[in-house]
Ligand binder design. Structure first.
Ligand SMILES: Nc1ncnc2c1ncn2[C@@H]1O[C@H](COP(=O)(O)OP(=O)(O)OP(=O)(O)O)[C@@H](O)[C@H]1O
Length: 744
């Protein structure tokens, strides 16, 4: 088959420099001189400072905000006007009207982290053979057009020293043209380049010249794992493009990492231009096939949108950011606009098992409250099936046991002449003398608390087994559209809705710890961020009356509560973490965190949810530590809880899945001391240990009983609990979320 007459770009003799801002080239050249010294890839995770950029900007408008969906409000899969909880099928990929827009102009700051520069010296030494004419392979693709730039690239690629990028490094390495073989001359985002489609993805190299004298070769790559999808577009028409000289276009939907905040991704519409439509169609098929092989990507999602969360941008974020991303990834969605608090939870728990089984995951577009609702709905289904909550009898036994051991501890301390564990000795991670003896008391020996074997649970279990295991296999995603968005900040390191949507569409998965809270009145709740009593509870109670202030309400009411300087008398009992659980103490949780990967073992195992309980409450009943006193605040922190207000996290060394509760006890103190505590929490985060008037203890279970008439309220992930007398126990990695941790 003859090569088409118009294929002049296949073997350019002279490569024109891409039009880039000069300072951009300078920056990258400097970067190339010191490979591995990129400050965004520090060698040790201990040195990491995880910051949460405030990002909910125009960049969040995925792939251009003027998507055609905006013009079709009738298709937005939101509730019907009747107010009933109808589920409406979302319109998804394949809609003929979903045409891509022209690529947004790359801003000066937007550079992919995969871009590499090879100093000119490495390039200049290679031989530059005369370029043979391009020819076609059996599939009709243009090949063999070894250009001068390609020869340079081949030699130069070997000289590239890759930075330590973690798990993705090898994959990107294999994408370099030198490793992948022959490339095809194309235009990539308007730059002439040699492009290769290897088994791992796309890679390309192009030459640029700075000030007419310092040429350098750039290499970039996009692995299939980072592609949403692709589409071939007809050539751009126009009187300056004569028929036959027009270039066909292949658009690849992906993202780029920002150099200064790699966790916050930006939409990227990669455009490859080439005169041969066959080549592009062939590549399109190969990209589709490779993307389809990513088996962890979701195919159907149930999406809840809270229209009143945060600045009331939930619906807009769904329309302009999330839906375009899901469309490009070919994900079918059922979107529900919540009508009232508790709506999402009620829908989940009342859904027939066959319907729930049709989804690969549930997504919350809202604040932490909506995410909390979804977790509670799923965990309720699981706990009913397994009976992993304390029933009334078990609660009574635990209560009796704790009262007896606390009294014995106090008596033993009095005999030994030591101080009784009161507020002020709150930090002792070691059980006080005497607690071991109490372990063998007859009442304790017969106790069954923590063992989910009650007849009530047995009865319930039969009918709910299937629902429980479906709920256990459900992944949960959070698209930030609330006031605090600590979940998204902790999981993704950013409040960018686009980034969160990409993590979901790419099928990222990591385990998350869940705190099970049993209340004295027989209710149960689940939390993933933080449970707080005292100051934070009071702020929550008050700020609900000031919702009209938006996110500002927390600051205003926080100042009011600081001035009030309240304290509450409580009895805290806790099971301290065991030595082997503290191995990773002092390590910041980031993407690829080893400790959290261990938590992965528990994910999807419905039995894991049950086992944890019996392991800690029932088998370690001799190890409870008791503290009683006046406290300004008690906090049970489960994950790092990063947010714009606490960029290092409330628990600096907390993890997504370490199986620990970071129990924070702040004694009654002066306003100034409490302000100091809040500043520590906000600036550096809290670390385990005694800190004068406050203590942080790693624990696995905590029991708190208010003593006295004056009481605060428990705030569980921003929602108020009905009762103040609680037992909380952490379940390691029992929920899987659409995330990979904070990329640094
Ligand atoms: N349509 C609705 N009307 C009123 N309340 C709702 C509605 N949908 C959900 N809710 C409830 O609103 C509460 C707060 O929602 P959400 O957490 O999404 O926003 P936020 O409180 O502003 O953000 P954050 O929790 O991050 O501070 C949740 O308890 C949720 O159950």
């Amino acid at each position: 088959m003859d090569a088409p007459r118009q294929a002049p770009t296949a073997a350019p003799k002279k490569v024109r420099a891409p039009k880039e801002p000069q300072d951009e080239i300078m920056r990258h050249t400097v970067q190339a001189k010191a490979p591995g010294l990129d400050k965004h890839h520090p060698p040790s995770p201990d040195a990491h400072t995880v910051t949460v950029p405030s990002m909910l900007t125009a960049d969040d408008m995925a792939y251009g905000g003027n998507m055609s969906h905006k013009k079709r409000p009738s298709e937005i899969p939101i509730l019907d006007g009747q107010g009933g909880p109808s589920l409406v099928e979302g319109q998804c990929l394949g809609e003929s009207s979903a045409r891509p827009n022209s690529p947004p102009p790359a801003s000066r700051r937007q550079r992919s982290q995969t871009a590499r520069i090879v100093p000119v010296q490495a390039v200049a030494e290679c031989d530059d053979p005369p370029a043979p004419p391009p020819r076609r392979n059996s599939r009709g693709s243009l090949t063999g057009g070894t250009t001068s730039i390609q020869a340079r690239v081949m030699a130069a690629a070997a000289a590239v020293v890759p930075p330590a990028l973690g798990a993705g490094t090898m994959q990107r390495e294999q994408l370099l043209p030198a490793a992948a073989g022959q490339g095809v001359a194309m235009k990539v985002d308007g730059h002439r380049a040699t492009v290769t489609l290897s088994k791992n993805g796309l890679s390309w190299s192009y030459e640029s010249t700075r000030c007419c004298c310092i040429p350098s070769v750039h290499s970039e790559s996009v692995p299939f794992t980072e592609m949403l999808g692709a589409e071939v577009l007809p050539p751009l028409a126009g009187m300056w493009r004569l028929p036959g000289t027009r270039l066909h276009r292949l658009v690849v939907w992906t993202f780029r990492r920002m150099v200064h905040s790699p966790a916050a991704w930006q939409p990227r519409q990669l455009t490859l231009e080439c005169p041969s439509e066959e080549t592009l169609q062939d590549w399109l098929q190969r990209i589709h096939a490779a993307v389809a092989q990513q088996h962890r990507r979701p195919r159907r999602l149930l999406v809840f949108v809270n229209p009143f969360g945060g600045a009331r941008r939930g619906k807009k974020i769904w329309d302009t950011v999330v839906r375009p991303v899901f469309d490009k990834a070919g994900i079918k969605c059922t979107a529900v606009e919540t009508q009232h608090g508790g709506h999402a939870r009620a829908l989940l728990t009342s859904m027939p098992s066959d319907e729930l089984a049709g989804y690969d995951g549930v997504v919350a577009i809202g604040g932490d409250g909506l995410f909390h609702e979804i977790i509670n709905g799923l965990m309720e289904l699981r706990s009913v099936a397994t009976g992993t909550t304390l029933d009334q009898q078990q609660w009574a036994e635990l209560q009796l046991h704790l009262e007896e051991t606390a009294a014995a501890d106090a008596a033993a301390a009095a005999i030994a002449g030591g101080p009784v564990a009161q507020a002020g000795q709150a930090g002792g991670a070691q059980p006080p003398a005497g607690s071991q003896q109490q372990a063998s008391g007859p009442l304790v020996r017969g106790s069954s608390f923590g063992l989910p074997s009650g007849p009530q649970h047995q009865r319930r279990r039969g009918g709910h087994q299937r629902l429980g295991s479906i709920a256990a296999s459900m992944r949960v995603g959070h698209i930030p559209a609330g006031s605090t968005d600590a979940v998204a900040c902790t999981l993704n390191g950013t409040r960018s809705a686009f980034t969160a949507a990409m993590h979901i569409a790419l099928g990222d998965a990591c385990p998350l710890d869940v705190l099970r809270v049993d209340e004295a009145d027989g209710r149960h709740a689940f939390a993933t961020c933080m449970l707080s009593y005292g100051f934070m509870g009071d702020v929550m109670v008050e700020s609900e009356n000031y919702r009209w202030l938006g996110p500002l309400r927390y600051d205003v009411i926080g100042a009011k509560m600081l001035a009030a300087n309240r304290s509450y008398r409580v009895r805290v009992s806790y099971l301290p973490a065991q030595a082997e659980q503290l191995e990773a103490a002092g390590k910041v949780c980031t993407a690829g965190c080893d400790l959290c990967r261990l938590g992965q073992e528990h994910v999807r195992l419905q039995s894991a949810f049950r086992e944890v309980s019996s392991r800690s409450l029932a088998t370690r009943r001799s190890e409870w530590v008791h503290v009683e006193g006046d406290f300004a605040g008690i906090m049970l922190v489960i994950m790092p809880c990063r947010s714009e207000k606490s960029q290092q996290g409330v628990a600096r060394y907390g993890h997504r899945s370490d199986g620990l509760i970071h129990l924070v006890m702040v004694k009654k103190c002066s306003r100034l001391q409490y302000l100091r505590f809040l500043l520590t929490l906000s600036h550096t985060g809290l670390a385990a240990g005694e800190h004068g008037f406050f203590t942080v203890v790693p624990a696995v279970a905590v029991h708190v009983e208010p003593v006295g008439a004056k009481q605060s309220r428990w705030n569980a992930d921003g929602e108020l609990l009905a009762t103040n007398h609680i037992t909380a126990e952490v379940h390691r990695g029992v929920i899987e979320v659409f995330a990979r941790g904070v990329e640094v």
